[in-house]
Design a protein. Structure first.
Lengths: 171, 244
């Protein structure tokens, strides 16, 4: 996740303090990606160095308002115009776990699959519950997670069918 | 709105109860056991989803819960009435008065308006037309579909037709709502809307049992029951994982 572009996008609505950016970032992503304030300021100072944002005057409490520069806007436009590549996903522990369950002797693979199906379903239930009463931006973020959890459910159901048709070797 | 912690009295208010239910089709060597000892309670205010591959016994379970089919052994109770002891006529009467069904193809009658479709089960039950219409309008109103009353099914969107079908299923005093794959082939936005309506009915006090093979729709339930080869393999309950 690129925090940089998230912050730039928020700055297109007008100059913001660091703490405001953090709150708005979390609000628009449905608190899916919690940020700490340190990450926000580190990112802002890097962007200042690269000429993407410009700091304003310090107020009496020593706070600085940041605004987006033309270079920052160009960078953001490029980001919106570039599709995100699949992959770069960290190795999926569940896939590895199932592959290992298939090979390791004495493991009840069907039970591993069912336990995961129930757990993923509970996650889906929570996401669905969170969606009630959520704003549109938050809803879309939650929907994305729902579709991912749903894909995992489908894959697990598929695993179950495959396992039923061809039980573990040696079992 | 939604009560996160169902109060103990409400949770004791079981509308549909299945106790060790089995259903066998055929006899002898060719016998197929569609359900093998399934126990399940659906309380007022609760939405329960049943998931499972085709042939797992999902629809059999739903049909038994609503008295559309008879058990081979075990017992089904609807609002405290054991179905096994009922004559065919009494069972039919109980189905009409206590149980509402929503099917994938909705079965709305094309030549009747929304209000007339919703009135139908009440009129069949001997309720006078004026009162049946009043009840139908109230049921439509409750589902936010009052403005559809005089429209014909072909003049409605998929989601609107589904609202009318659900109003028809719940008109009168029926508290048990059974839905078999109610989302059919609709897109996910309409599907979510349909489940939102069923969720709303449960929150308003109905007991809702939904059969679906789609995880995203099952996720609207308080409890998801996984059926496998006629048996309950596992259940996922919402709200239990918050401690993780």
């Amino acid at each position: 996740m690129t925090i940089r572009h998230g912050l730039l996008a928020l700055l297109t609505q007008g100059p913001r303090y660091g703490y405001q950016l953090r709150a708005e970032f979390e609000a628009s992503t449905g608190a899916t990606w919690p940020l700490n304030i340190g990450q926000v300021y580190t990112t802002l100072s890097r962007m200042e160095r690269d000429g993407l944002v410009a700091p304003g005057e310090q107020d009496e409490q020593g706070r600085v308002v940041y605004s987006i520069t033309d270079k920052g806007r160009a960078d953001l436009e490029r980001w919106f115009a570039t599709p995100v590549r699949q992959a770069d996903r960290p190795r999926d522990e569940l896939v590895i776990k199932l592959a290992m369950a298939m090979t390791a002797p004495g493991v009840d693979v069907a039970r591993v699959v069912q336990a995961q199906r129930s757990a993923t379903m509970r996650t889906l239930q929570e996401l669905t519950r969170a969606k009630r009463g959520a704003g549109v931006a938050q809803r879309l973020v939650l929907d994305s997670m729902i579709f991912q959890a749903e894909a995992e459910q489908r894959w697990l159901a598929h695993c179950e069918a495959v396992l039923a048709a061809s039980p573990k070797e040696g079992a | 709105m939604t009560s996160r912690d169902p109060d103990p009295d409400a949770s004791a208010d079981v509308v549909a109860r299945l106790v060790e239910v089995t259903r066998q089709h055929g006899d002898g060597a060719g016998a197929v056991r569609a359900l093998k000892g399934v126990s399940l309670d659906v309380a007022a205010g609760e939405l329960v989803a049943v998931m499972g591959p085709s042939g797992s016994g999902k629809s059999t379970l739903l049909n038994l819960a609503g008295g559309l089919d008879r058990t081979t052994s075990g017992e089904v109770e609807v609002e405290g009435v054991a179905l096994s002891g009922l004559s065919a006529a009494d069972l039919a009467a109980l189905r009409r008065r206590r149980v509402g069904y929503v099917f994938q193809d909705l079965n709305l009658i094309p030549s009747l308006t929304a209000a007339e479709n919703v009135m139908l089960p009440r009129e069949l039950d001997g309720v006078r037309t004026a009162r049946a219409r009043q009840e139908a309008l109230a049921a439509l109103e409750e589902l936010g579909a009052a403005d559809l009353a005089d429209r014909f099914p072909e003049e409605m969107s998929g989601g609107q037709r589904q609202r009318v079908a659900i109003a028809r299923a719940l008109v009168g005093e029926r508290r048990l709502l059974l839905a078999d794959e109610p989302t059919g082939a609709v897109d996910t936005l309409v599907g979510d809307e349909i489940l939102g309506i069923l969720r709303g009915r449960a929150d308003a006090g109905a007991a809702v049992l939904v059969v679906t093979h789609e995880p995203r729709y099952a996720a609207w339930a308080d409890r998801v029951v996984f059926l496998k080869d006629g048996e309950i393999a596992d259940a996922a309950e919402a709200g239990l994982v918050s401690a993780r």
